[in-house]
Structure formats: structure tokens, C-alpha cells
Design a protein around this ligand. Sequence first.
Ligand code: PGA
Length: 254
Amino acid sequence: MRRPIIAGNWKMNMIRAEGMNLIRALKQGLDDSVAPEVVVAPPFTLIDGLRPLVTGTGITLAAQNVHWADSGAYTGEISARMLKDLECRYVIVGHSERRHLFGDSDEDINKRVRAVLDAGMAPILCIGETLEQREKDLTWELLTQQVIRGLRDVSEPLVTKVVLAYEPVWAIGTGRTASEAQVAEAHGFLRNLLRESFPAHVANAVRILYGGSVKPTNIDALMAQDNVDGALVGGASLKADSFLRIIAYQAPRR
Ligand code: PGA
């Protein structure tokens, strides 16, 4: 059984008071019986301040990026050891905004994935095609490359801890969600790719999230798809009411 994850990626939003208010509102609205693991990824500046608010609740913390070195002369960077020290459980790695705006290559992303795992946290490895790549029929080749390169030299026991997030770039922040058929096809493809690359018990343990314009109105249909083990939510995670509704998704229990 893969426990679903609903993760909120706050991106470069929120100052301290705003982040605290949002966490307080989430805590108030969450009941103990909530099924998925709830993860929030605030900016680095808020993680330590939010930590006491989430301790002992169902909410766990993630960071949005990480450098691969342990420490050293890397002005402006944050290491996995520092994030572990702040009790982060997850780190988003290879988000399309990092790949496209900041030039993250698959090799860089692989180094980040390994640093996160070595520090005892779990990477949320983001993958996904642009509209141009989809239209040129390059989606499957690209996803294969992003997964295989992203997981290079990761040992099988550690692969089970990796969370994949399929985020078609054309669906991020655009209001345009992939259709149910497109999501089912991509997630099925990814599960098969994992099965071809790793033993079944490893491939079956990896959670595959969907991301890209996830909202209260589409979460139920997304979570009903095979191999959709949760969601990575951007814009709709910045308001307590919409994020709580997404967390409380209604889907047939599998
Ligand atoms: P969105 O962002 O939900 O605002 O489309 C998703 C993401 O970038 O992780």
C-alpha cells in the first residue's frame, strides 16, 4: 500500500506572518482521520519558524531545492544537512521552474537526489514535458531520460523512498490540467518504466504524484486514476480552504 501524499509547493510566496497564519488555518481544518500525508514546502526562510507549529501534527515539512555538497564555499546555497537539521522530511528536486529558469540539468538533479537520500530525507523528483515536446511526440523519451538520469547510482533500497511528481510543464500555473486519460497514460508509463528498471517490490513502492493546476474541482477525478498516489499543488496550496478541500479528496479506496 502506498500512502498518498498531498504536497503544497509555496514557491516564492509568503512572509513569516502569512505562513504562520496559513499553517494555523490548516491545522484547524485538518482532522485526525485524514488519509494522505500532508506536506508543505515553504521558502527556506520560513522552515525553521514553522517547525514548532507543525511538530506533532499530521503536517510535515519539505524544502523546494537543495545543493548537493555537504558544506563549503557555495555562496547562497543550502545543503541537505541543513535541511535535515530543520526536520524536513522531503525536498522537491528538479521542479520545472528550476530546470527551465535556473538551468538545472538531469546530472545536477541526480546529485541533489543523492544528497537528499544520503541525508536521510526523501526527494520529490519532478519530471514532465513541455507542450512542444508533447506535440513532437517526445514525451515518453523525455520522461524515461529524466527518471533514469535522475535516479542514476541510487541503490534499490533508497529508490523506494523516492517520490516522483509528474508535472507536465504546460499544466503548471496555467489553469490547464492534463486530461484524466493523459494522466492515467503518463502514470501508467512511469510505473512500467520503474518495473523495467527495478525489482517489482521497489517499483511498486515509489509514489507518483500528479502536479499542474490541481484544484478542489479536479482532485477527486485525478485521485481516482490508477497510479496517482497524490498531488503536488502550487497555487491552490496558498489558501487554506482550497488546500484543505484537496487534502479531503474523495476517491475510491484501492
Ligand atoms: P500549480 O503548480 O498547481 O500552480 O500549477 C504546481 C507546481 O508547480 O508544483
